[in-house]
Each structure stands twice: as structure tokens, then as C-alpha cells.
Ligand binder design. Sequence first.
Ligand SMILES: Cc1cc2nc3c(=O)[nH]c(=O)nc-3n(C[C@H](O)[C@H](O)[C@H](O)COP(=O)(O)OP(=O)(O)OC[C@H]3O[C@@H](n4cnc5c(N)ncnc54)[C@H](O)[C@@H]3O)c2cc1C
Length: 396
Amino acid sequence: MHNNPDVIVIGAGVIGASVAWHLAALGARNVLVLERGQIGNGTSSQSSGILRTHYSVIENVALARRSWSAFKDFAAYVGDEDAAAGLVPCGYLIAAPEGPKLEPLRAALAAQQASGIPVELLTPQQAAERLPICRFDDAALIGFEPEAGFADATLVATSFARAARRRGVRILEGVAVQGLLRDEHGRVTGVDTPQGRFHAGVVVSAQNIWATELARWTGIATPVKPERHSVLALEGPEAYTYQMPVYKDLGSPGMLYCRSYGGRQMLVSEGTVGETLAEPDNEQGDIPMDYVAEVGAQAAERFPSYETAGLASSWTGVYDVTPDWNPVLGRVPEVPGLVVAFGFSGHGFKLSPAVGRVLAQEALGMPTDVSLAPYALERFRTGQLLTGSYGSGAVS
Ligand SMILES: Cc1cc2nc3c(=O)[nH]c(=O)nc-3n(C[C@H](O)[C@H](O)[C@H](O)COP(=O)(O)OP(=O)(O)OC[C@H]3O[C@@H](n4cnc5c(N)ncnc54)[C@H](O)[C@@H]3O)c2cc1C
């Protein structure tokens, strides 16, 4: 016989762990997290960890901004001196040449400034002072966001989880949920697992690419597909130091993003579409050498000395991509008692503290800090999509 929790959270990635901590912080007495693998070992462990508030979808700016405040002093935020986010607050530089990305960038920077976010417009010379290993001669517009950088998603997930445990949350690893329990009205009453049934009035699914299981359990479509992306670490003759900002290159074919890796190497990846997988799976995939050469050439186009860079390491990671590259957050009207969070489409880490809080508020029936209406699952039926103005890709 198990003690019945008030809320069950499925999944302990950054999102599930954040939901769990916020539930406890908001006063939920009885919270249970069930994780099939280990805390933070899903797609969170593959994240590039970039934190910015730059978005063309204005709804995301509010979540990203609240989250940045949490990351900035993470131990204080979770009230646990052992917690860490591994934050490198190096800022975020984004540039576009003349062409289709210029006006969307101008509009997004103006919207950020209008919402009070510190954003500076830089000349190519000023940009080169911040990122001297990069060339900006063709940049028509350069934005710099000082309150940005990158952090470590595994650390954040494990820190949220530990702080949640210290507040009394139970987290069981190695427990796979295999179905929802529902009453005669369709209301969720718990979950079924090989280790037994657990009952609760509310279930929060933070399953990422595995949210497709919800469709099997409920018959409600979950429009999310697993998309594999490759991340490279390049060792060039000039160091990409921790003082140098994250760089987003809207002019490159792959809309590259780059940042320091270990204070010396460059982490680089494409911000466009990846390889769709037939089944959700975050095992490592092959990275063909042709692909490494192609991304390396794009990087060298911007960072001339990286012409002679070598590949230091590489890995693949899987995004949970929705049709508009933005997450689904909130209740599912057809399944009372179910709250979902999936489809972060490669940009969920930077939103994870605020998303955890609004989902915890929603699960507890409290008003949410930020309206969840724009993120509703119904938008894929009504057509009110959250499509960003940069086209398909995680910059959104
Ligand atoms: C290569 C890559 C680069 C990225 N770069 C960035 C970036 O720079 N900035 C940014 O903001 N975001 C980035 N992201 C996205 C970000 O990392 C993710 O949005 C975020 O980590 C997702 O967290 P999650 O908790 O939703 O998913 P996960 O970490 O995948 O957690 C889901 C968990 O649910 C568990 N689970 C699923 N089904 C069940 C079940 N039935 N029973 C029990 N447990 C279950 C899984 O085992 C898993 O641990 C990147 C992602 C990738 C892959």
C-alpha cells in the first residue's frame, strides 16, 4: 500500500524536476516523481545549455526572463546552498546580414527593449571587441544581450531534484509509467507501473519526446516528433574563452549557434531542422564526417582561424519538436486531472524554472504567473500557432 500523493510528476528531466521543486515550494505536501531512467539523464543531458531572452515569439520572452532571474542566483532561488546551475554569464550576441532574417531580428530586439530587457545594438567594431575571433564585416544588425549565457542542464535537473527531496518530495528512479488510471468520468486518478499503481488527483507529464505515450494512453494526439541534432566541439588555434559571448549567426545556412566549451573550445551546432526519428529514443546517433566538414566550414566562414580547427568531441541530442517549434503547456480538457509539458523543440532549458513554476501553479489550481492559453494543445486544432518569425528552428 503506497501513501497517496496529491500530485504525480512523470519524468525527472529539467522540466519534471523543476515542476516537482516548485510544487513543494508552493506548499504541496505530497509529491511523487516517477522517472524511468535516472534524474537528468534524458534529453536534458544532451543540452547545449544556452540561456537568452531573445525570442521572436513574445510569449516566450516572459518565461525566459523569469527563468534568467532564477539561474542568476540558483542556489538562493531553490534555497539550497548545495545547488548549482554552472552558469557562465557571458552574454548573447546575435547578428544578421542584409536578407530575410534582418527585419525579424530588428523586430525581436525592439520587442525585447520594449519589455524592459537590456539589449544593446552594436557596431561591427564593438561586436569584435566582445568576440575578437569572429568576423562581423557583413553584419547589418547586431544585438547584444548582457543578461544571458549558458549553464549546465544536468546540474540544474539534479539540483532541482535534490532541493525538492529536501522539501519532502519523493523521487523514484527506475520506475516507468505504463498507463494512466482514470475513473468512470475519464478523470485521472493515478498511474500504473510495473512496481504497482500510484494514486493521485493530478498527474503532470514532463516526458519530452516520450510524450507520444500519452497519445497511446488517452487517444488524444500529442503532436511532437523526436528530431536528432548534432553538437560539435572544435579545437581552434584561438581560444573561445568564457568571457566571449554566445554567438547566434542568422546569416549562416545552418543558423549556427556557438559558445565556449570548457573555456577553450567552441561548441557549435545548427539551429535548423534535424533528423526525424521513427521512434522516441535519445541514444547516440552517427555523425557523418561530411556533416562535420560542412558545419566546420560554416564555422570557419565566421571564425577565420577555425579553418584549421580539429574536431575535439561530438554528440547527438534529441529535440521534442512540435509543428510550431514551441511547447505545449497546461491542462488537456478531455482528460481532467492531466497537466502536460512537452514539445520544447530544442529551447526548453532556458525556460525550465518559470515553466516549472507555472505548471506547478496550474496543477495546484492557482493563478499562473504567465498565461498558459497561448501554449494550449488546442492551438494545433484552432490554428492559433506560436510560429516564430525566423522560420523553423529552435531560435523561435
Ligand atoms: C542537442 C540539444 C541542444 C539543446 N540546446 C539547448 C539550449 O542551448 N538552450 C535551451 O534552452 N535548450 C536547449 N535544448 C533543449 C533542452 O535541453 C530541453 O528542452 C530540456 O532539457 C528538456 O527537458 P525535459 O525535462 O522536457 O526532457 P528530458 O530531460 O528528456 O526528461 C524527460 C524524462 O522523462 C522520462 N520519462 C519519459 N517517459 C516516462 C515514463 N513513461 N515513465 C517514467 N519516466 C518517463 C525520461 O526518462 C526522461 O528522463 C537542447 C536540447 C538538445 C537535445
